[in-house]
Design a binder for this molecule. Structure first.
Ligand code: GLU
Length: 293
């Protein structure tokens, strides 16, 4: 099977070091497998988006020598595909409307495990949740090793269509990864604990599950994930080499001796070392339980 990987930024701000690490990790891995690398713009959350951020991210990626092999897919154009998947889940009885608020769920640690606490209110749009049965999901992450999550206990019935009518990330990502024929997902470890939800949706929708490689997360000085919303400092696209070298080093890769972007990247591809990536991942804290089995 031909390898197909992707990088899926949300246009909530400029590319910072943390997202550069995910871009470089996914790009190098795809190239080292002679595969395709596709950019998907996850513009599915207008309240969090920053005008101009999508174009800015694509320009920055280009300055760092990474361009999508196929036209960039914008999730904002994909509502019909998400609606079809949602309708299938609904027809099969896997989803239910829910009027519970955050406050309602507070006594349960924010987790919706059983029936709704709030009563139905036809005057207000509900969120739609996927019903999660007792399901222990196991997977082998190529970076972080064997993982296990008890979906009902740790996540509960989760939202796949929001009160404001937008489809949730968890549903959209599963539909797009399948439609784009993605064979391996390489992304930050902040999404390690979303993976079981996505695998569960793949099972229910009869979609293939790709392989997963989660990458260690770049943290700020206080130990928090760098994020665009927190205005983490954007990478400087006029000087790509220092940030590229730092990203490779962060991923445990040896930093090639090259003085131009194309040369550095192509050497990084031929030297790509998954075991070295695993070593930095195993030293990093992991968000869900490593599987003891
Ligand atoms: N859009 C997500 C982010 O920017 C990434 C989603 C994914 O790779 O599955 O963090």
């Amino acid at each position: 099977m031909t390898y197909r990987g992707r990088f899926a930024p949300s246009p909530t701000g400029q590319l910072h070091f943390g997202s550069l690490v995910a871009a470089v990790g996914s790009w190098i891995r795809a190239r080292s497998q002679n595969g395709a690398w596709i950019v998907r713009m996850e513009d599915l959350d207008p309240p969090r988006e920053v005008p101009g951020a999508a174009a800015d991210i694509l320009e920055t990626l280009a300055a760092f020598g990474m361009e999508s092999d196929e036209p960039v897919l914008y999730q904002s154009t994909r509502t019909a595909a998400y609606a079809t998947a949602f309708a299938r889940l609904r027809e099969a009885g896997h989803v239910f409307p829910c009027w519970c608020s955050r406050v309602d769920l507070e006594p349960f640690g924010g987790i919706h495990r059983d029936a709704c606490i709030a009563t139905a209110d036809p005057a207000r749009a509900p969120a739609w949740r996927l019903r999660v049965a007792d399901a222990t999901i196991r997977f082998h992450d190529l970076g972080f090793g064997p993982q296990v999550q008890d979906l009902r206990e740790s996540v509960g019935n989760f939202v796949i269509r929001r009160v404001d009518g937008w489809y949730a990330y968890q549903l959209a990502v599963v539909v797009d990864d399948a439609d784009q024929g993605i064979t391996e997902v390489v992304r930050g470890a902040d999404l390690l604990d979303s993976t079981p939800r996505q695998m569960h949706l793949q099972n229910l929708l009869g979609l293939p599950t790709p392989d997963f490689v989660h990458l260690p997360l770049a943290l700020d000085a206080s130990g928090r994930k760098l994020s665009k919303q927190d205005h983490a400092r954007p990478v400087d696209r006029s000087k790509p080499l220092p940030a590229l070298r730092a990203a490779l080093q962060f991923l445990g890769q040896c930093v090639p001796d090259a003085n131009d972007v194309a040369g550095l990247l192509s050497k990084a591809v031929s030297d790509f070392d998954l075991a070295a990536l695993r070593a930095v991942s195993s030293a990093a804290k992991c968000k869900i339980d490593p599987d003891p089995a």
